[in-house]
Design a protein around this ligand. Structure first.
Ligand code: PSU
Ligand code: MN
Length: 303
């Protein structure tokens, strides 16, 4: 069996059967600048504890798979250079070669499942990029949702992606896309993407029950929850579309491709909005952490 390094609080929670929420680390290393990345990671963990669950931030540190990071680990990771971005393909390679890497949604789902954790909070997932008909750039996150039984709480998908194509691929893969408490699919910084969500649920209990039913029915894979950003923090879609168009133009002009695309766009958008995108990003992650903790509590009651 793979050797997993648990933090003390995660180890204890596992023994007690307490609710656990997994957290990714690519958002720390490739999604936000230092020091806001480490500050946000700490606030997200605190939010989960305050809601009555235990946070398990996942990363590979010097070839060891960590589920739950100490304060020192988190601080070091937030400032480290040359951190690999680990998706499904990279996770075993990073461990075997003693590297340090941050886990994307796909790799975090895999590690969470290995650790027996059923719910995971993030900001946005990877998806089908605009122009995918040329570039074939479709995130491995989508296929992972079809394979690995973890409920992922996001704020929807960013407008840097082609949202209708992302929904189509998820439909093909049989992944439930569930808007929380509203009919439209949320679009990360904005509450409304202008698209209807395929599914809607209004309580953490229902979301937990549906995840359990998938397993009982022998259906592989997880669920994608789209939790709208709190109204006070949102940046309306019309405003963001302009910003995204400019960021995409620079990416194109500079020939950015592959796994550099998402981090590049996030950084450009941060600069164009003079940090406002980051403030919205922080608020939506905190909001997702709260909902994921509520789902984890429901799942642990059903155990
Ligand atoms: N989308 C965001 N913020 C992020 C990411 C995506 O809004 O930080 C990160 C996540 O870790 C996600 C990964 O799993 O980027 C997807 O990268 P790619 O498109 O290369 O699969
Ligand atoms: Mn990609």
């Amino acid at each position: 069996m793979i050797d997993i390094h648990y933090s003390d609080e995660v180890q204890i929670a596992k023994l007690d059967g307490a609710p656990l929420v997994a957290l990714e680390s690519t958002i720390i290393t490739h999604g936000m600048p230092f020091p806001q990345n480490v500050e946000t990671a700490r606030r997200v963990e605190a939010e989960i504890r305050a809601t009555g669950a235990i946070p398990a931030t996942i990363a590979v540190l010097g070839g060891a798979l960590h589920v739950g990071l100490s304060d020192g680990d988190l601080d070091a990771l937030g400032q480290a250079k040359d951190v690999m971005k680990l998706s499904r393909a990279d996770l075993p390679v990073a461990i075997a070669s003693g590297r340090t890497g941050a886990t994307t949604v796909a790799a975090t789902m895999i590690a969470a499942h290995l650790a027996g954790i059923e719910v995971f909070a993030t900001g946005g997932i990877g998806g089908v990029h605009r122009g995918a008909e040329q570039s074939f750039d479709i995130s491995a996150d989508l296929r992972e949702l079809a394979l690995t039984p973890v409920t992922v709480v996001s704020a929807g998908a960013k407008a840097i992606l082609d949202l209708p194509k992302t929904l189509e691929v998820l439909e093909t893969y049989g992944v439930p896309v569930i808007a929380y408490g509203q009919d439209p699919l949320p679009a990360f910084w904005s509450r409304d993407s202008g698209l209807m969500s395929p599914l809607r649920m209004d309580t953490a209990h229902q979301i937990a029950a549906a995840q359990r039913l998938r397993a009982e029915m022998g259906l592989s894979g997880g669920q994608l929850v789209g939790n709208p950003i709190p109204a006070a923090a949102e940046i309306p879609l019309a405003e963001m579309q302009d910003v995204v168009a400019r960021a995409l133009q620079s990416a194109d002009a500079e020939g950015v491709s592959g796994k550099h695309v998402t981090p590049y766009l996030l950084d450009r958008i941060f600069k164009i909005t003079q940090g406002r995108s980051l403030e919205a990003n922080i608020e939506l992650v905190l909001n997702n952490a709260r909902l994921a903790a509520e789902i984890a509590k429901e799942l642990s009651k059903m155990r």
